[in-house]
Ligand binder design. Structure first.
Ligand SMILES: Nc1ncnc2c1ncn2[C@@H]1O[C@H](COP(=O)(O)OP(=O)(O)OP(=O)(O)O)[C@@H](O)[C@H]1O
Length: 218
């Protein structure tokens, strides 16, 4: 299921009252299937914009994005986000507060038959070490536990690619370090291709097979 990512000569720009504001130009990235890449760079250099373009939330002005053999984005092509098989995990965990952990994890599996869905949810909870937490609501969990549930939810539909945008930045330093290593092991075991955005060099080092240092567009 997991796939390689290939970004070539990406150009991203926003319309602003002062005209078109180029954020990224001529950006290249190749991530082999099963590898974890990190986009590392200072605030405002365009890391989140690149993730949003991969996910299908930003149009591409030039260049292209391939996931495996599938062209996701190009000047004339824009596959809708829900057809991209791309999972996402962000710093604000984005868990639904009124749903249990198990219901949160099963959220993207609504089209699956119930017995399979229940099995997949339990498998995901086991994977993140929270097998007994399925009936708990997000507010009953610690920040680190909530982030692991968010990871289980993102991985449940077996995405071809997982995007992580500063997923640990809301956590204290100790939890952050532990969770970085744990998430890395979980992604490794799943053979999951992933792209992590961070401005923390140590986090990038711990997590990634390859680091792409980004600088602000002049
Ligand atoms: N919707 C938007 N409209 C106009 N400009 C935007 C928009 N979103 C982002 N930008 C600008 O694009 C640039 C890159 O933003 P982006 O969020 O991609 O950077 P980043 O490297 O992820 O930063 P951070 O580490 O602070 O999250 C910034 O100058 C930002 O102000």
């Amino acid at each position: 299921m997991t796939a390689s990512l290939r970004i070539a000569q990406l150009h991203l720009a926003y319309e602003t009252p002062k005209g078109l504001h180029t954020v990224v130009q001529g950006f290249d990235l190749q991530v082999p299937a099963g590898h974890i890449a990190s986009l590392l760079g200072p605030s405002g250099c365009g890391k989140t914009s690149v993730l949003r373009a991969i996910a299908g939330f930003e149009p591409v002005r030039a260049g292209n994005v391939h996931l495996g053999e599938v062209l996701l984005s190009g000047p004339q092509v824009h596959l809708p986000p829900e057809q991209r098989h791309v999972g996402m995990m962000f710093q604000e965990y984005g868990l639904f507060p009124h749903l249990t952990s198990a219901q949160n994890v099963g959220f993207g599996l609504r089209r699956m038959a119930k017995p399979e869905r229940v099995q997949r949810v339990q498998q995901m909870l086991d994977m993140v070490g929270l097998a007994a937490a399925g009936s708990k609501f997000p507010h009953e969990l610690s920040g680190g536990q909530q982030q692991r549930i968010a990871l289980a939810r993102a991985l449940a539909p077996a995405p071809a690619l997982l995007l992580l945008d500063e997923p640990f930045s809301n956590l204290d330093a100790t939890t952050r370090e532990r969770l970085t290593r744990e998430v890395r092991e979980i992604l490794r075991a799943a053979g999951q291709t992933a792209v992590l955005v961070t401005h923390n060099a140590q986090e990038a080092e711990t997590m990634a097979d390859q680091i792409c240092a980004m600088t602000p567009h002049a």
